[in-house]
Design a protein around this ligand. Sequence first.
Ligand SMILES: NC(=O)c1ccc[n+]([C@@H]2O[C@H](COP(=O)([O-])OP(=O)(O)OC[C@H]3O[C@@H](n4cnc5c(N)ncnc54)[C@H](O)[C@@H]3O)[C@@H](O)[C@H]2O)c1
Length: 440
Amino acid sequence: MKITMIGTGYVGLVTGTCLAEVGNDVLCLDVDARKIDMLESGLVPIHEPGLEPMIRRSVAAGRLRFTTDPDAAVAHANVQFIAVGTPPDDDGGADMQYVLQAARNIGRRMTHWTLVVDKSTVPVGTADRVRETIAEELAARGVDVPYTVASNPEFLKEGAAIEDFMKPDRVVIGADDERAIALLRAIYAPFQRNRERLLVMDVRSAELTKYAANAMLATRISFMNELANLAEKLGADIEHVRQGIGADPRIGWHFLYPGVGYGGSCFPKDVKALRHSADRAGAPLRVLGAVEAANDAQKRVLVDKIVARFGRDLSGRRFALWGLAFKPNTDDMREAPSRVVIAMLAELGATIVAYDPVAIDEARRVLGDTAHLAFAANPIDACDGADALVVVTEWKEFRSPDFDEMKRRMKRPLIFDGRNLYEPDIVRGAGFEHVSIGRR
Ligand SMILES: NC(=O)c1ccc[n+]([C@@H]2O[C@H](COP(=O)([O-])OP(=O)(O)OC[C@H]3O[C@@H](n4cnc5c(N)ncnc54)[C@H](O)[C@@H]3O)[C@@H](O)[C@H]2O)c1
């Protein structure tokens, strides 16, 4: 099948690559010429485990190509996926300009029946706006070309994106047109060979499902974060509480880990956008206001603990910081808690020496040069002369460090463990003072 992917970012590139992997002929379009140049010269602009060899394979087989040319992209296929960014607007709503620009590009060029699939996370009603935008362009051309707009939100997780796309829990299709449903069913057939995972529904429900999923997950995180703070005050251990509630199948084990707040390109903006839609619809989601406020406070919690220990003047203090990316297995720094921690520590006069297995280049790009921040080539070097270690992202390689060597390198043996990565008994047994999120 010939497929066009509009937008070659985390979602578009992974989706396009996975669709090519199963034999489709995929053309990925982007307006970012630098990104397309990189891909054409064999480089991959993002860190995503397993992605690079897959791209190489499909490019070599001629099934996966990249372009900045919208004419070529529209001419390539009668299935056009829109996977462009939907960042927050000034008022918290989703900024639809990229999605509508993609729709306009299609409307200006299409010559035969086309299925336009909204894969970006978009507010309810967007498929209607995409449909109207295409209609305007067709009217301006004075032509009448049939087309259908469907919704197919994406649920992949950065860091496990390939696995998620190749073996999805579910594929949500929002469409009311049999031809569109049949085509999407055929596109997704290779990814659900052992059981049916397609959930076909109306377009508006599909659009809302994506926001509902992210808002629910963000809610669990904020709930656990606030509960951890409470456990600390009450002398309880959040880890025991987590186990005690996770064992209840109605609650389950996922997303119950307290930490330094959620970040990334999705939860923060999607919670905001859903709140915004709900307010405008006159059915406010009050709970999400609390989720956001709790998260903002949680991003500051480690620095509050550092201030409680050292006071507000941190000039002359040096902190090792492990983990820059908003979560492990990605180099994505969008809304990463590390950014808040670094900015606050720098503001209080501290120097930070940071290490991350893959996100240092991206951190340099988004944080720029500052006298307060340096990067280390490995975790242990970051510890040299540090007043404390601050753990912000739970990369696997941080789980069992050489505590003796750390102690030798650090000015004092102190860990602010923002992800509860270490068992208090073990780390204290190794001679460290351990400050955690809600552990005893
Ligand atoms: N990143 C995730 O984990 C994830 C998961 C599920 C859903 N989503 C959603 O998917 C969408 C894309 O997210 P992302 O993280 O891949 O974003 P991204 O910023 O990594 O990629 C978007 C790409 O679209 C390109 N673009 C913008 N306008 C364009 C146009 N008119 N034509 C062609 N290309 C254009 C940009 O240059 C960019 O490369 C968002 O709505 C996001 O909420 C993201």
